[in-house]
Design a protein around this ligand. Structure first.
Ligand code: ASP
Length: 323
């Protein structure tokens, strides 16, 4: 496609889960929409000024990581041991370069560390203390681990500890905003962005605190290239949210690209099949955001809701929570 016909677009998600409409009051609903809108406008503006898809997804995830409403960076969920372990990944669809970090607890902005791994090391994934040392050597900001803690997340952990379940963050929303009995099957929260820029390049980024009450050392799909995050200019850019173990087992993000490349499926057909059939077949719950090289979008989820939105350059951003 000639680049002159490309309308740059960004899509974002702030996690999926079983938040019921009844559990979110009007004020909370407005707060989520406003946060999504602000992030979309910033990404849209960057793309409108000729910025790259890579920079647009980086900026969006930076903003999510600073916003305590979402389970990434400040406001991340707690592990079983009441600590935080953050995971993040970024991928450039033009070059297939990728970078990720997992189990970091002192890097203020994990996505920036993932991008540094991609751009400043010969590796793809660094974990734990080694990832933190690398981030520090790259001049990224380190913080005390309690920087990530919020009272809301601590209350979630305390409730979940009583059940010994792991909790998807925006099932967390049910916990946060109301006090229904915790449904052991309810549990997500992660943030992500995908974008297509004016040059026709795709990029994807994902960042998460994982799942409340997860075992220390557990790594989900988000930082695993192909599972929770993937981008290839020839097919699509994808960022996932949901029960990470199942997304890993079906290599969810890459499966969408493979279906497009090998079976000729459209983006939406491939994404719907993975989210509505492949994942549920093994009990996988959640959703994803995807954009292809023509600017088609697909934002399917198999839970009650997914915080999400998209913005094409020159058009009003669209945000949504429920189906
Ligand atoms: N997929 C993330 C993980 O398993 C959690 C989420 O999306 O809420 O770590």
């Amino acid at each position: 496609m000639s680049t002159s016909t490309i309308l740059p677009v960004i899509a974002i998600h702030g996690g999926a889960g079983t938040m019921s409409r009844a559990s979110i009051d009007a004020g909370q609903d407005r707060a989520y929409h406003a946060a999504l809108q602000e992030i979309l406008l910033a990404g849209q503006d960057l793309l409108a000024r000729g910025g790259s898809a890579l920079d647009a997804v980086s900026l969006s995830v930076d903003m999510f990581e600073d916003c305590p409403l979402f389970n990434a960076g400040h406001g991340a969920v707690f592990t079983h041991d009441a600590t935080h372990e953050l995971d993040a990944a970024i991928m450039d669809g033009a070059s297939l370069r990728a970078g990720a970090v997992a189990c970091v607890s002192r890097v203020r902005r994990p996505l920036r560390a993932a991008r540094a791994v991609m751009e400043r090391s010969e590796h793809v994934l660094l974990v734990g203390a080694g990832a933190e040392a690398f981030a520090q050597a790259c001049g990224l900001e380190l913080v005390a681990p309690d920087y990530f803690s919020t009272a809301v997340r601590r209350a979630q952990l305390e409730r979940v500890l009583a059940t010994d379940a792991t909790l998807l963050d925006h099932d967390g929303a049910a916990l946060t905003f109301a006090t229904p009995p915790l449904d052991e099957t309810r549990k997500f929260g992660t943030v992500g962005a995908v974008a297509l820029d004016a040059q026709g390049n795709l990029a994807a980024a994902t960042s998460t605190g994982g799942m409340t009450n997860k075992r220390v050392g557990r790594v989900g799909d988000s930082p695993l290239i192909g599972a929770g995050t993937y981008a290839d200019n020839r097919t699509a850019a994808i960022s996932c949210t949901g029960t990470g173990e199942m997304f890993i087992r079906v290599v969810a993000a890459y499966d969408i690209c493979a279906r497009m490349a090998y079976a000729g499926q459209s983006l939406d057909a491939a994404a719907q099949e993975v989210v509505m059939k492949v994942l549920p077949a093994i009990g996988g719950r959640g959703g994803l955001i995807a954009v292809d090289a023509r600017g088609n979008l697909s934002l399917p989820f198999n839970t009650e809701g997914m915080y999400r939105g998209h913005a094409r350059v020159g058009q009003m951003p669209v945000t949504a929570i429920f189906a």
